[in-house]
Write a protein that binds this ligand. Structure first.
Ligand code: 1GP
Length: 275
């Protein structure tokens, strides 16, 4: 046990991905994260690295690694290693489950699916993963995860009691509770590749909470990205758009969207405190 504590204490003063996020948000007003699914049926590690390189050239601020149906832990490690060799922005795990945890990443969104009906997704798998995160020297960034209707794969797997699209105050209540519990960030989505969350949900949540709001799912144009940032989203995540376009146009269409996010971010100054 002492050894574990020593391992950790030697890391306390190292550069923190969370600090990078907060400082960049306070400087730029909005960030963009690129989500890559470490799935060998989708792309090789080499292709994943190429996608990340184009995304960084297009202006993305971090690479998220994750998927709801990750099954090959070794492939997750290899994908992250390849990406880290290609780019120098933080690589952060966006875990779909325990098999997503990799010591190769810089940080992990240590998420609790707060609107799950199954305690396993609220605290169970997090408890099981906690030793790995601690001994792997992965920086946990506690994140309250909320899934809104229709929820897609993430909602189904996480046994979410989906938050109603037409009742933004319900999502805001969960977001506020997440902040009161001490979560550092909130992640709102309605599922990957599907329907986007209603903009007024972002707006109402942002009126209530003082921690960064991450959102994604179905973002595929500069208009949508602008609308989300204007409504109060701090970090826009895009996955499917990257998968569909980035190797075809070398990131040119992504660059247009990220430029819009940065432009809109300047109109929405932030002043977050480090927690
Ligand atoms: C899912 O926000 C991510 O959590 C990405 O969604 O694949 O639809 O971009 P998309």
């Amino acid at each position: 046990m002492k050894q574990v504590v020593n391992v950790l204490s030697s890391k306390i003063n190292e550069f923190s991905t969370y600090e990078y996020i907060i400082n960049k948000l306070n400087k730029e007003g909005a960030l963009h994260f690129s989500l890559i699914d470490p799935d060998p049926t989708k792309q090789s590690t080499k292709k994943a690295a190429k996608m990340a390189k184009h995304a960084v050239e297009a202006g993305t601020d971090a690479i998220l690694i994750g998927g709801s149906t990750v099954f090959d832990q070794r492939f997750v490690d290899d994908t992250i290693i390849a990406i880290k060799e290609a780019v120098n922005v933080p690589v952060i795990i966006f875990p779909g489950g325990i098999s997503n945890v990799s010591r190769e990443a810089d940080a992990i969104l240590f998420m609790s699916l707060l609107n799950s009906e199954d305690p396993y997704f609220i605290i169970g798998q997090q408890a099981l993963a906690s030793y790995t995160v601690k001994t792997a020297d992965l920086e946990p960034i506690s994140t309250g995860y909320l899934i809104i209707e229709p929820g897609a794969t993430a909602g189904w797997i996480g046994r979410a009691k989906l938050l109603p699209r037409k009742k933004p105050k319900l999502t805001a209540a969960y977001s506020l509770a997440a902040e009161m519990f001490g979560f550092k960030m909130i992640y709102l989505e309605a599922g990957s590749g599907g329907e986007r969350i209603p903009t007024d949900i972002i707006q109402v949540c942002s009126n209530f909470v003082n921690i960064p709001i991450i959102t994604g799912g179905g973002v595929n144009s500069k208009e949508v990205a602008r609308e989300f940032v204007k409504a109060g989203a701090d970090i826009i995540v895009m996955g499917t758009f990257l998968e569909d376009n980035i190797l075809k146009d070398n990131g040119n269409s992504l660059k247009v969207i990220i430029s819009e996010i940065k432009k809109t971010g300047k109109e929405c100054p932030k002043n977050y405190c480090l927690k």
